[in-house]
Design a protein around this ligand. Structure first.
Ligand code: ARG
Length: 241
C-alpha cells in the first residue's frame, strides 16, 4: 500500500500533555474493522484510523501503540477511564450517552448507517426485513438502531464475525456503518449494498473525561489534517473516493 506522508505543521506543547506512559500514545481500537483498523498480511495493524493515530503521535513526537480492545469497553468509556489507553480511535460514533463518559473531539467523518445483504437475496431495502434476522455488531449504533426498529437481531462481538455470519447465511442481512459496509460490498462480490440509513452519525476520537488538554490537542491536529490535505489523502487511500 502507498503510504501517505503526514506533513503536519502544528505547534503543540506536548511536554505538558498527560499520557499514561511517557513517550507513547496508547490508542484503544476494536480490530478488525476494515478499512478503519485491521491486521495486514504481516500482522501489522493498519487502516484509516491508524493513519490518524499515527499522525497524532508524530505531531506529539511519541511512539504509537494500538491497544486492541473490545468495542463494549471502548464505547462505555471503561477502557479509557481504567487507563488502558490515552485515546480511543475506533470508528466510534459521537453520541450524547457516550459523551457522558468520555470527551469527544470534533467529528472526523460523517458515517450514516446502511443495510447490506447477500447479492442473491430477496432483500433490497429496510421494507424487506419482516421475518428475517439482521446481524449487527454488539453495542454499536447499528445494534441500537436495529433493536429500536424492532428488527430481529443477532449480535456479534466484532465486525469480522458479523461479516462471516452474513457470508455463511447465519443472518440474512447486516446493519452497520456505511463506510464499512460500502467497503465490504466493494471487496466481496457475494455482498450487495441495499440502502443508506440517514442517522446523521459522525465519528469522533475520545479521551478520558478529565483530559481536556489532550482532546484540545487532538482537535488542533485534526484541523491541521484537514487544512494540509492529509485527511483527503487518507480518505482517498482507504475509501477510494
Ligand atoms: N460507529 C459505530 C458505533 O460507534 C460502530 C463502530 C465499531 N467500531 C469498531 N472498531 N468495531 O457504534
Amino acid at each position: 500500500e502507498a503510504q501517505v506522508e503526514a506533513d503536519l505543521d502544528v505547534d503543540i506543547d506536548s511536554e505538558s500533555l498527560e499520557l499514561i506512559t511517557e513517550g507513547t500514545l496508547q490508542v484503544c481500537s476494536d480490530v478488525p474493522y476494515p478499512p478503519f483498523e485491521y491486521f495486514d498480511e504481516d500482522g501489522d495493524v493498519v487502516g484509516f484510523d491508524v493513519d490518524i493515530a499515527q499522525g497524532i503521535a508524530d505531531v506529539l513526537g511519541v511512539e504509537l501503540e494500538v491497544v486492541q480492545t473490545g468495542f463494549e469497553g471502548i464505547q462505555s468509556g471503561v477502557a479509557l477511564n481504567s487507563e488502558s489507553c490515552d485515546l480511543a480511535i475506533s470508528g466510534m460514533t459521537i453520541t450524547e450517552e457516550r459523551a457522558g463518559n468520555m470527551l469527544f473531539s470534533e467529528p472526523y467523518l460523517d458515517d450514516n448507517l446502511a443495510l447490506m445483504s447477500p447479492v442473491d437475496s430477496e432483500i433490497s431495502g429496510l421494507d424487506d426485513l419482516d421475518g428475517v434476522t439482521v446481524g449487527v455488531q454488539a453495542d454499536t449504533t447499528g445494534d441500537e438502531y436495529a433493536t429500536s426498529e424492532g428488527f430481529e437481531t443477532r449480535e456479534y462481538p466484532d465486525s469480522g464475525l458479523l461479516l462471516q455470519g452474513l457470508e455463511s447465511g447465519q443472518v440474512d442481512a447486516a446493519i452497520g456503518n456505511i463506510s464499512i459496509l460500502g467497503y465490504q460490498a466493494g471487496e466481496n462480490e457475494d455482498f450487495g449494498f441495499d440502502e443508506e440509513i440517514d442517522t446523521g452519525e459522525q465519528l469522533g476520537i475520545a479521551a478520558q473525561s478529565d483530559n481536556q488538554d489532550l482532546i484540545d490537542a487532538v482537535d488542533e491536529i485534526l484541523a491541521e489534517m484537514d487544512a494540509s490535505g492529509y485527511m483527503d489523502d487518507i480518505e482517498e487511500q482507504w475509501f477510494g473516493d
